[in-house]
Design a protein around this ligand. Structure first.
Ligand SMILES: [Mn+2]
Length: 313
């Protein structure tokens, strides 16, 4: 099977020209088989504060034009060794969260039914729940590495159990995650009461706080994550607000004193060898972005994750 990579800029025009697929890759319908499907999930009705992540996928695609074929730190060609393709956007709906989540789950299960792995672009963090249902259907209970300023293991808000602050609590209740192997990274904001930290532990998570980046080495943090998640299937979920608002202002619930893109990517690059079965990057809200920096951070995050997925076969 021949693998089709990025659009050739000398043949088809420069990177800034034409319609943007993710990283100028082919559409999924135009290739024989897809190893990794980049798929947009333009849903943000679970948002509790600033809305707008429904426009995330289009923005990330625009900001992904500058992604190049070779990863110099991981010595890999992520688009040459596996067929990566843009599967477009899942047709969600904006008014009913339960119905939208069902549609995302159905579409994700259809995509993954023949071994394709998903790299999703949100959307708000609600979408991690149906994506984890699909990952669980294909692989059983998965470890979750969750990069976020917030715990996202809260319970009910305004009578709704499914919203962007609850996906990992619901996932724990549904048995989708291996509760001995889940790890938060970058936590700092939005706690109502310390009991939430206790409940978070019951939902399966160990916490690396953003503050720990001040005094611990990247190597030390990476080895804690590696020890925690082990060799079984891993799902990586990235809320772009894990980054400091200086690095990612275009998001719904920004929190100060976050990590930098350099710190974040240094941790990610240490995760080579993990068995990554799926991933998402969520909460990119372009209306609050400046000069595309949040979209750029999200596009490069997906590129890092896709490279890791290629190295984890
Ligand atoms: Mn989140």
């Amino acid at each position: 099977m021949s693998i089709i990579g990025q659009r050739d800029e000398e043949e088809f025009g420069p990177r800034f020209a034409g319609i943007a697929t993710f990283a100028l890759l082919p559409m999924a319908a135009d290739v024989e088989k897809v190893d990794i499907a980049v798929v947009g999930v333009p849903f943000d009705s679970g948002t509790s504060f600033r809305p707008g992540a429904r426009f995330g996928p289009a923005h990330i695609r625009e900001q992904s034009r500058q992604l190049h074929p070779y990863h110099q730190y991981l010595d890999a060609f992520p688009f040459k060794e596996l067929q990566v393709a843009d599967a477009g956007d899942i047709p969600v709906e904006p008014y009913n969260i339960v119905r939208a989540v069902e549609k995302i789950e159905t579409a994700a299960k259809a995509l993954t039914s023949s071994g394709t792995r998903i790299a999703a672009m949100g959307g708000d963090h609600t979408i991690a729940l149906p994506l984890l249902r699909a990952a669980h259907a294909a692989h059983g209970p998965v470890a979750v590495i969750h990069f976020d300023a917030h715990l996202d293991t809260w319970d009910v808000l305004y009578g709704e159990s499914i919203w962007h602050g609850s996906p990992f609590r619901r996932a724990a209740e549904e048995g989708l995650m291996d509760l001995n192997r889940c790890q938060h990274v970058g936590i700092r904001g939005g706690i109502y009461d310390p009991v939430e930290l206790v409940e978070d532990g019951q939902a399966g998570f160990e916490i690396i706080h953003a503050q720990e980046f001040q005094n611990r080495s990247i190597e030390d943090l990476v080895s804690q994550i590696q020890r925690r998640v082990g060799t079984g299937p891993v799902y990586i979920s990235v809320d772009i607000d894990v980054l400091d608002p200086a690095h990612a202002p275009g998001t719904g619930t920004p929190e100060v004193a976050g990590i930098s893109t350099r710190e974040f990517f240094s941790v990610l690059r240490g995760l080579r060898g993990l068995n990554i079965v799926g991933c998402d990057v969520v909460e990119v809200a372009p209306a609050y972005d400046h000069a595309g920096i949040t979209g750029l951070a999200a596009a490069h995050t997906l590129w890092e994750l896709i490279t890791l997925m290629g190295l984890s076969r």
